[in-house]
Ligand binder design. Structure first.
Ligand code: PMT
Length: 399
């Protein structure tokens, strides 16, 4: 889901982590949101209002008396916001908000909001653990505001512990999840992603170019929409989407085991992984030595289990099974053939071998084919956005 048409109120208070709120603002803007920044006077000691003004393309709310516009506007901004995010939130702001104190532009605006509020505490670890601060955060949480726990680690004040503002991508992800309708709540979604890697010897292997981006995007989207997600991942270099249970595997046989183990509980199964169809018949225990000049090496290969076909055979009534088809040509014929042979409810066919779609790209272009004979063409777009459209179609088909 992108954040187009969403109004975000970004509150910035005076902590060293205020620089991270600049990146957070950029992420919100990139996702299409309209952002208004409200900052405290002390936040201005860390990041200048001009930075926020330029990047948000909106006036910054910082002084109720001297910003002529903000005298009335702060109530409009509060009422129009779809979400308010305070990052970083100091002990001071938590204390004021917990006790209904409104003595500056940010606090007066926040006391007027009716939307969800996300508080991202960031401070020295002793301050964070102080019973008074914890009590104030508890009050805010009990009142229905969302508290994002700070990260632990080295802090600017030279101590180590809890108090670091989480990375902007994490805050962005949690805000996005909060704004996403929970239409998969109560559903268990099992997803495979990435390549498999089939050993030839301890040094070499057979694999493919799958980066895992498409499958991870589907996992993230499903989690954001309220599902309990298990992601079986081949070897990829991607962070686990927040809130997703991840099982790492290497070979097709390992992936088959992990998928079949999780299958009985799953309501929706989406196989995005690019599985190697063959593996070495006799993987060697030690490195195969280079032959003398002129002598070729012949590798004998055996067929790997077709995981999707196996799942299609075992599928119970009520389980919805989705496959992906990676094709270089004759997309429709091959995709429909795979859907029928593997007993799928839906298949997403993407052309591979093009720079902007399929393997490794951040974007993809697919055609969805459904068991009932219908199809839907999805134009080129970010994999993150495509993942949501894929889920929309699954929900529609499941009725
Ligand atoms: O990971 P990215 O870099 O983001 O790239 C995304 C992607 C191109 C890998 C993805 O969009 C995609 O197309 N995935 C399917 C790749 C593939 O293996 O397609 P296939 O046409 O060979 O297989 C058809 C289906 O059968 C797939 O769902 C596959 O997971 C499954 N299969 C295939 C072989 C096998 N032995 N077991 C399987 O389960």
């Amino acid at each position: 889901m992108d954040l187009k048409d969403k109004q975000i109120l970004l509150g910035v208070t005076g902590g060293i982590a205020a620089y991270k709120s600049v990146e957070l603002l950029r992420l919100f803007k990139k996702a299409g949101a309209s952002v208004t920044v409200a900052m405290t006077e002390s936040a201005g000691h860390f990041v200048g209002r001009t930075t926020f003004e330029v990047l948000s393309e909106n006036p910054v709310l910082s002084d109720l008396y001297f910003d002529t516009e903000s005298q009335v506007k702060h109530i409009d901004i509060a009422l129009q916001a779809d979400v308010a995010v305070i990052a970083p939130a100091t002990a001071n702001i938590a204390g004021k908000l917990a006790h209904g104190i409104a003595d500056d532009a940010l606090t007066t605006t926040l006391l007027a909001v009716t939307c969800p509020v996300v508080i991202c505490p960031s401070m020295n670890s002793f301050m964070y653990e102080n019973i008074r601060v914890q009590r104030n955060l508890d009050i805010l949480e009990q009142d229905g505001w969302h508290i994002l726990d700070p990260d632990s680690g080295a802090l600017a004040c030279k101590t180590t512990g809890a108090g670091r503002l989480p990375e902007p991508w994490y805050i962005f992800d949690r805000v996005q999840a909060l704004l996403t309708p929970k239409d998969l709540k109560g559903k268990k979604v099992l997803i495979s992603a990435g390549p498999t890697l089939e050993a030839i010897d301890p040094v070499r292997y057979i694999s493919n170019h799958s980066s895992g981006k498409m499958g991870f995007a589907v996992a993230r989207a499903a989690e954001n929409r309220g599902a309990n997600v298990t992601l079986v991942a081949g070897p990829v270099h991607l962070d686990t989407p927040v809130g997703v249970n991840r099982a790492d595997v290497t070979s097709c046989e390992e992936m088959a085991r992990a998928m079949l183990e999780n299958l009985p509980d799953a309501d929706i199964i989406i196989k995005v992984a690019a599985v190697a169809d063959y593996r070495a018949a006799d993987p060697k225990g030690s490195k195969i030595k280079k032959r003398s000049k002129g002598r070729d090496l012949n590798l004998s290969m055996v067929e790997n289990p077709d995981i999707l076909k196996q799942i299609g055979r075992q599928k119970k009534t009520g389980q919805f099974l989705v496959g992906f088809a990676a094709e270089t040509d004759d997309l429709e014929t091959y995709a429909i053939e795979k859907m029928e042979k593997k007993n799928l409810d839906m298949i997403a066919a993407n052309r591979v071998g093009e720079p902007d779609s399929g393997f490794c790209a951040d974007t993809n272009r697919v055609t969805l084919f459904f068991k009932n004979g219908n199809s839907k063409e999805i134009p080129l777009m970010e994999k993150e956005q495509l993942a949501h459209i894929l889920i929309d179609s699954i929900i529609e088909q499941m009725g």
